[in-house]
Design a protein around this ligand. Structure first.
Ligand code: PAF
Length: 278
C-alpha cells in the first residue's frame, strides 16, 4: 500500500493501475463504519483508494475543524490490513493552494441545502461537493462508497453526479451501529460517558418510530411528540421526515419515508445525526 500526500504522485500511481478503481472518501479517524465501506470497495474493485482529508471548506466558522480527530498512522494500518492500494492524505495547501477562500465551488441547489443539516451548516454541502468532485477527478474512480448515516450528503452527491454527468457509480452503504444501536461516527470520540448514554436516545427514538409505523401510525406529528419525550436530555435540532427519492418533507409516512434526527448532547455539546428508513 502507498501513502501519498501530493497530487502529481497520485496521478502517476492512478495512471499505472490496471482494472477498476473504488474510492472511499473520508476525513479519517476511521471506525467500523468506514471499514465496512472499504471492505465493500475491496470486494468490488481491483484497486481501492481511500482519501483521508479533513476538508476545511466544509466546516463552519464555529465548528470543530481544529479539534477534529487526526490519526493518520492508525488509519493507514486499518487501510493496509483491509487491502487498500493507495491512501491519499494531502495537506490543505496541496488540495487548495494558498488561498482556500478563492476557489471554484460546486453549489448544490437551494432546495436541497436549505433544510436539515444544510440549514444549520450554511456552505457545508458546497464544501463537501467541491472536495468530492475533486477526488473523483483525481482518482478517476469507477465507483465511490458513501455511508447512509449522512443521508442528505449521499442524496446531494448522487444528485451532483447526475446533474454534472460524472462518470462514476455511487454505492450507498448501510449505517453501522454499536451493539446498543449508537450509530458509528468519528465524532463519537468527543462523547463523555454521560453524553454517550444520552446520545443513545437518538437511535432509540428512530427504532421506536419504526415500531409505531409498523403498528399503523402514519402521522409524523405523533411520532415527533413521542421522539421528543425519548430525547428529553438532548438539544434537538431537527426531527424530519423526507421522501428518500426527492428529499421533500412529508407529513404522512409512506414506504419511501426516511426519518432523520440531529441533536446535541449536553456535556460535550457534540452534534450527532442519525436516520432510519421507515
Ligand atoms: O462524510 C465525510 O466524511 C465527508 O463529508 C467527505 C465525504 C469525506 C467529504 O469531505
Amino acid at each position: 500500500m502507498k501513502i501519498i500526500d501530493n497530487i502529481s504522485e497520485l496521478k502517476k500511481e492512478i495512471a499505472q493501475l490496471q482494472g477498476s478503481i473504488g474510492l472511499v472518501p473520508t476525513m479519517g479517524a476511521l471506525h467500523d463504519g468506514h471499514k465496512s465501506l472499504i471492505d465493500k470497495a475491496v470486494s468490488e474493485n481491483e484497486n481501492v483508494v481511500v482519501s483521508i482529508f479533513v476538508n476545511p471548506i466544509q466546516f463552519g466558522a464555529n465548528e470543530d475543524l481544529d479539534k477534529y480527530p487526526r490519526q493518520l498512522e492508525l488509519d493507514s494500518k486499518l487501510c493496509e490490513n483491509a487491502g487498500v492500494k493507495i491512501v491519499f492524505a494531502p495537506k490543505v495547501s496541496e488540495m487548495y493552494g494558498e488561498n482556500k477562500n478563492n476557489l471554484t465551488l460546486i453549489c448544490p441547489p437551494y432546495g436541497v441545502v436549505d433544510k436539515l443539516c444544510g440549514k444549520s451548516r450554511p456552505g457545508h454541502f458546497d464544501g463537501v461537493c467541491s472536495v468530492v468532485a475533486k477526488l473523483f477527478n483525481l482518482t478517476k474512480a469507477n465507483k465511490a462508497y458513501f455511508g447512509q448515516k449522512d443521508a442528505q450528503q449521499l442524496f446531494i452527491i448522487q444528485k451532483m453526479v447526475r446533474d454534472l454527468n460524472f462518470d462514476i457509480e455511487i454505492v450507498p452503504c448501510p449505517i453501522v451501529r454499536e451493539a446498543d444501536n449508537l450509530a458509528l461516527s468519528s465524532r463519537n470520540q468527543y462523547l463523555t460517558p454521560s453524553d454517550r448514554k444520552d446520545g443513545l436516545s437518538i437511535s432509540k427514538a428512530l427504532f421506536n418510530a419504526k415500531e409505531m409505523v409498523e403498528r399503523g401510525i402514519k402521522q409524523t406529528r405523533v411520532i415527533i411528540d413521542n421522539s421528543l419525550k425519548i430525547m428529553e436530555e438532548l438539544d434537538v435540532e431537527y426531527i424530519e421526515f423526507v421522501d428518500k427519492n426527492t428529499f421533500e418533507f412529508q407529513e404522512e409516512i409512506d414506504e419511501n419515508t426516511i426519518m432523520l434526527i440531529a441533536a446535541r448532547v449536553k456535556e460535550s455539546n457534540t452534534r450527532l445525526i442519525d436516520n432510519i428508513n421507515l
